[in-house]
Design a protein around this ligand. Structure first.
Ligand code: BES
Ligand code: ZN
Ligand code: ZN
Length: 514
């Protein structure tokens, strides 16, 4: 998708589809919705006003109203897109609004549209949103990119609906603001594209995206954006003594992939500056192994590499946005299969760190591959760790499907991530993993068990297991199992892989710039 920014009046811009945003300015309860356009152009307002007063369009979030052959403006069509209540307008709604416009255009064969920059000053009672214009440009770009994604790659009747061009039109900006808006817009494009890269990987079926294939796709991405990349397999796992990762991998005929990516900032940073380690769970298919999962819904376990995909998407964006901070990524990818060579309940494994692990359930495999991934990232020089994983069904029991799980052993690092969330617009809820939970994974046979003794607090016992391998290094664990796959179609996005985590991880990494 070609994305362009024009500093030009929307009414004069020649386009098949001009998009203008609207909010509902009704304030008191019970009052009828009152749509107001976010434009200062009288001619655009004149075209829409007759239809806005009919009550058929309420400016709800994701609502649309199409006007053909508008008068005295250069566009062929005018699309009004609702953003919901004026007083609750935030970057989140703007991102969804841009997405709604793109997903309106695509099935109608409109491949080129222009977004009129939302002019909040058009409201007589301007909401004190504090929304900076570069940020607005950024989220509009993100929303447009994210909407330009579908999951039907393998359908024979698949037709390419992707947008050719999305333009953003801004009328009034001085040179300084122009360049800030340009920068925001560019960042949004990169972040949206990188999140879509993650979503594309997650959407691939397990028979296509094997660990080896994930390695190949990563290497190709790395070469494209200029990241250093190494892809290893079984031999390296054995050489490093990754007894936990190897145990999971050995039940499959598909060899594992241990992927290492490195990003070096353009200007050298001080030796004692932080090195961020991004570790991803890359189970390309999780059958549960010998502790086999039930058949119902098992097909979804192709998305058990969603954590790895989030890290790969983040690394792609980091390589393109070039923050002044060292970042490395370790991806542990394999299948979890039942076979004659599978690891078994009761087995005792020795992780790369030397910790011994009693296996109670072979379906708790994600924490095993991450145990070695986290330890390895430390040996490669990571001073701050973050991992993402579709780790537990229990995180959905705890949090539903609105917030993913956030765990940390360090309040400062966690606060830094939470600040990043206010910018990325993603939702993570901090869960406890204090040492008083440590007993639930204590083993009498080895050092720790790979599951807690009970079903209660399953997401926390998984986090406690990982914490063991983070040790004293500041660490964040993102359990995204409940948010990695979206079951509902929304006006602004397709159902399927969400690519959750990418934007927040990038924002967090950028907050460490020297
Ligand atoms: N990959 C699953 C977790 C998962 C569940 C991801 C649902 C996405 C949606 C993980 O490997 C797993 O099976 N975890 C077990 C842990 C249990 C055996 C302690 C679970 O959540 O049931
Ligand atoms: Zn599992
Ligand atoms: Zn799993």
């Amino acid at each position: 998708m070609n994305a362009q920014l024009f500093f030009q009046a929307p009414k004069d811009f020649s386009t098949p589809l001009l998009v203008i945003f609207a909010v509902d300015i009704a304030t008191s309860k019970g009052e009828a919705p009152s749509p107001a356009l976010l434009t200062t152009s009288n001619v655009i307002a004149r075209n829409a006003s007759r239809w806005l007063s009919t009550g058929e369009f309420k400016a709800g979030l994701g609502e649309t109203l199409l006007l053909h052959a508008p008068e005295d403006i250069a566009a062929d069509r005018l699309l009004i897109v609702g953003l919901g209540k004026a007083k609750s307008l935030s970057l989140v709604e703007l991102r969804k609004g841009a997405g709604t416009a793109v997903r309106f255009a695509r099935p109608r064969g409109l491949r080129d549209l222009a977004l009129g920059f939302p002019e909040l000053q058009a409201l007589s009672d301007e909401p004190s949103t504090g929304l900076a214009q570069p940020w607005i440009a950024r989220v509009l770009a993100e929303g447009a990119q994210l909407a330009n994604f579908d999951i039907d790659t393998y359908r024979s009747d698949h037709t390419d609906q992707s947008m050719h061009r999305v333009s953003l039109l801004h009328e009034k900006a001085d040179k300084k603001l122009q360049s800030e808006i340009q920068q925001g817009f560019h960042e949004g494009i990169v972040l949206g594209e990188s999140q879509n890269f993650a979503r594309m990987l997650i959407n691939e079926p397990g028979n296509v995206l094997t660990p080896t294939e994930l390695g190949k796709r990563t290497a190709a991405m790395a070469a494209e954006v200029g990241l250093q990349c190494e892809v290893h397999s079984t031999e390296k796992l054995l050489e490093l003594g990754m007894g936990a990762f190897y145990a999971v991998a050995k039940g499959s005929e598909q060899p594992p992939a241990l992927i290492v990516l490195r990003y070096e900032p353009e200007q050298p940073v001080a030796d004692d500056a932080p090195t961020l380690g991004l570790v991803g769970k890359g189970i390309t298919f999780d059958t549960g192994g010998i502790s086999l999962k039930p058949a119902d819904g098992m097909d979804k376990m192709k998305y058990d590499m969603g954590g790895a995909a989030a890290m790969l998407g983040a690394m792609r964006a980091i390589a393109l946005l070039k923050p002044q901070v060292r970042v490395l990524s370790v991806i542990c990818s394999c299948e979890n299969m039942p076979s004659g060579s599978s690891y078994k309940p009761g087995d005792v494994l020795t992780a790369m760190s030397g910790t011994t692990i009693e296996v109670l359930n072979t379906d708790a495999e994600g924490r095993l591959v991450l145990a070695d991934g986290l330890h390895y990232a430390k040996t490669l020089g990571a001073t701050h760790l973050i991992n993402a994983a579709t780790l537990t069904g229990a995180i959905g029991v705890a949090l539903g499907q609105l917030n993913a799980g956030l765990f940390s052993n360090d309040d400062n690092t966690c606060a830094q991530f939470q600040r990043a969330l206010t910018l990325s617009g993603e939702k993570f809820w901090r869960m406890p993993c204090t040492d008083d939970y440590r007993d639930v994974i204590k083993s009498s046979i080895g050092d720790i068990m790979n599951t807690g003794g009970s079903r209660y607090g399953g997401a926390i016992s998984a986090a406690m297991f990982l914490k063991e391998f983070a040790g004293d290094t500041p660490w964040i664990h993102l359990d995204i199992a409940n948010m990695a796959w979206i079951d509902d179609v929304r006006p602004w996005q397709s159902k399927g892989p969400a690519g959750v985590g990418v934007r927040s991880i990038v924002e967090w990494a950028r907050s460490y710039q020297g």
